[in-house]
Design a binder for this molecule. Structure first.
Ligand code: B12
Length: 209
């Protein structure tokens, strides 16, 4: 597994994809493969901070991760079919275009039978509000990887409040360095450190409903 982390970190795109496929084919848990990807992304982020990698490497890392995610996703699916679970409205907040973490949250919720509406990236507070009115989801999930996104999360929560909808939804936030402090700042109900945490929170908030 260590080798996969290294292949991604060193930008050996084809090799990384081949390795990931081989691991999955021989029965390695898809979640373990995702964990390797996460570790590699942390290493890539560090190299970027240290000036060894540039935005082009971030883009390539994003592409490698998307390709691997596409292999992982079908293996996590426990049979397609009409989703009947509670609705979750998901999106990356305004000003932020990171979507890899969000996409993983999307498919983990999806395989756990939630009906996810993914609004994509750079989603303005007004669009979240509009979609809450239309879809009436019990859970809203905001993703963001930039420090700037904390403000966007706060603005989104405030817009939901201003629209009189705050008591109709539970709001979770996550992505990158989001923690309890950011959660308090943004006025969200909880933060989750990974996609499984998102699933746990959504279950907790909707059980019995
Ligand atoms: C790939 C990447 C990119 C790609 C994104 C591609 C894509 N399609 O997403 C591209 C190249 C586009 C990019 C652009 C930029 N990036 Co960038 N990027 C990254 C990188 C390397 C990885 C992020 C990632 O996808 N990680 C993989 C996922 C799987 O990680 P994860 O956190 O474990 O995900 C889990 C949790 O976050 C959680 N989660 C996610 N969302 C949610 C939501 C909820 C509700 C819950 C509960 C949980 C949850 O679940 C996920 C799955 O388990 C990070 C470095 C890092 N270490 O994170 C920098 C990083 C986030 N980027 C950074 C920067 C600075 C930028 C740019 C400003 C660079 C530039 N100068 O242009 C731009 C910003 C563009 C914008 N407006 O958004 C900085 C942010 C610094 C900061 N504090 O603000 C970082 C930290 C790099 C660094 N160390 O400096 N980036």
């Amino acid at each position: 597994m260590r080798q996969l982390v290294e292949a991604i970190t060193d930008m050996r795109e084809e090799e990384a994809l081949r390795m990931a496929k081989e691991l999955l084919d021989k029965g390695t848990s898809p979640l373990e493969v995702l964990e390797d990807c996460r570790q590699a992304m942390t290493a890539v982020g560090k190299k970027f901070e240290e000036g060894e990698y540039f935005v082009s490497e971030l883009i390539l890392a994003g592409e490698i991760l998307k390709a691997i995610s596409a292999e992982v996703k079908p293996r996590l699916k426990q049979g397609a079919g009409v989703k009947q679970g509670p609705k979750v409205l998901l999106g990356t907040v305004k000003g932020d275009i990171h979507d890899i973490g969000k996409d993983i949250v999307n498919f983990m919720l999806d395989v756990n039978n939630f009906q996810v509406t993914d609004l994509g990236v750079d989603v303005s507070p007004a669009v979240f509000v509009e979609q809450i009115k239309t879809l009436k989801p019990p859970v809203v999930a905001l993703s963001g990887f930039l420090t700037l996104s904390y403000t966007a999360m706060k603005e989104t929560v405030e817009a939901i409040k201003a629209a009189g909808l705050r008591d109709k939804v539970k709001i979770m936030i996550g992505g990158g360095t989001v923690d309890q402090q950011v959660c308090t700042y943004a006025g969200a109900d909880a933060f989750g450190k990974d996609a499984m945490a998102a699933v746990e929170l959504a279950k907790q908030w909707t059980e019995g409903k």
